[in-house]
Design a binder for this molecule. Structure first.
Ligand SMILES: *Cc1c(COP(=O)(O)O)cnc(C)c1O
Length: 374
């Protein structure tokens, strides 16, 4: 009797294809398992050099990376920070950790990211900065965002959690804002399991982020704490995994591009699907290859996802826009976010793991095409 395993295709899965095991075993063999050890320094230095930015500071996830950046800018109650409404909740929550208020901006239909044309109207006397998120692997249109920030004296944080290695007009994602933040959660392009990083060119911002990350302890005076800090440290084991992942980043990025090219080849010409953002000035790294159902698909998005799930294909709905979540909905009365609402209602993230085979991709694409054409 032959038993056929039902196919199970995940949206994301870590690809541990480098020296991860060797480096982790080194941590165990030497007992450097806490947040001191050589892999922390090596990962930070390698990440800074990869990003072309002098300072890289590891931390324990991508959410606190954003909190550290906001602390470095002394964000206070009463302040406002502009953030796209179509993003993961962790882009907005750290603003609230500081007692400040997120101010949401609609998505640009051509990038799915923060619409630069709608930023000016949201700036008030209380606005301190802008968080630009490079969503699902595609960079936000940074030049107009940087321009308005410079004119109005606002800080710019790039949230690069979903776009490791992406670029904008030849500049690395993360090298354009005052600070950039990364997540290395298990489903991101490179991973440490849980982990994060902040990078900056500014030595003073770097000093403050290091201070807040390590309980606020004065680096020159042990057990002297000039500020209320946090324990946001990464472990040496996480950094060991991160270093091995970073050594293979070109492999990870190439795989994402191959996967995207394979899907695009299948979907081109299908009027029921609109494909991921594509601009000559941007390099999309396709963290999650994502499609938006057009009016030519008469099925509700969730029905399409349910039918894919029946075939063993895991997918994700686009993020619920922040302005629809219970804790943020009250603050947005009278504001409209039609682009984000539309994308959120019709968008699907497809399986995008670097480990997928051509057969997996053909299987996913074949099922999706069959469903949307039915
Ligand atoms: C994953 C993610 C984060 C947060 O990262 P964690 O490491 O899970 O805390 C922040 N912003 C965006 C856009 C993300 O996708």
């Amino acid at each position: 009797m032959i038993s056929i395993e039902p196919r199970k295709i995940p949206v994301a899965a870590p690809a541990l294809v480098g020296r991860e095991k060797e480096y982790v075993m080194d941590c165990l063999d030497t007992s450097w398992i806490s947040s001191n050890g050589q892999y922390i320094d090596r990962f930070e230095q390698a990440f800074a050099s990869y990003s072309g930015v002098p300072h890289a500071i590891s931390c324990c996830n991508g959410t606190v990376a954003i909190h550290l950046a906001l602390l470095a800018f002394d964000l206070k109650p009463g302040d406002e920070v502009i953030v796209p409404t179509l993003t993961y909740v962790a882009s907005a929550n750290p603003i609230v950790y500081c007692g400040a208020t997120p101010v949401f901006v609609d998505a640009d239909p051509s990038t799915w990211c923060l619409d630069p044309a709608q930023v000016a109207a949201k700036i008030t006397a209380r606005t301190k900065g802008i968080i630009a998120v490079h969503l699902y692997g595609h960079p936000a249109d940074m030049d107009p965002i940087l321009k308005i920030a410079a004119e109005r004296n606002l800080f710019v944080i790039e949230d690069v959690a979903e776009a490791h290695g992406a670029s904008y007009k030849g500049r690395m994602a993360g090298s354009m804002g005052d600070v950039a933040t990364f997540s290395f959660f298990g489903n991101k392009i490179i991973t440490t399991g849980e982990g994060g990083m902040v990078i900056t060119r500014n030595a003073e911002l770097a000093r403050k982020m290091r201070l807040y990350k390590g309980q606020g302890m004065d680096p020159n005076r042990r057990f002297w704490f000039p500020v209320v800090g946090y324990n946001y440290r990464m472990t040496n084991i996480e950094a060991a995994i991160g270093l091995a992942q970073l050594e293979k980043i070109e492999w990870h990025l190439t795989r994402r591009k191959e996967i995207a090219a394979a899907y695009t080849q299948h979907f081109e010409g299908c009027s029921a699907l609109s494909l991921p953002p594509h601009h000559a000035w941007a390099e999309n790294v396709y963290w999650l290859y994502s499609i938006v159902l057009t009016d030519a698909c008469s099925l509700p998005r969730d029905e399409v996802m349910a039918r894919l799930a029946k075939a063993g294909i895991e997918t994700r709905p686009f993020f619920y826009p922040m302005h629809t979540l219970p804790m943020y909905a009250n603050g947005v009365k009278g504001q409209n976010f039609p682009v984000a609402n539309h994308l959120a209602e019709r968008g699907i993230n497809l399986p995008s793991s670097a480990m997928l085979s051509q057969g997996d991709l053909d299987y996913v694409a074949g099922h999706l095409l069959q469903i949307v054409r039915s």
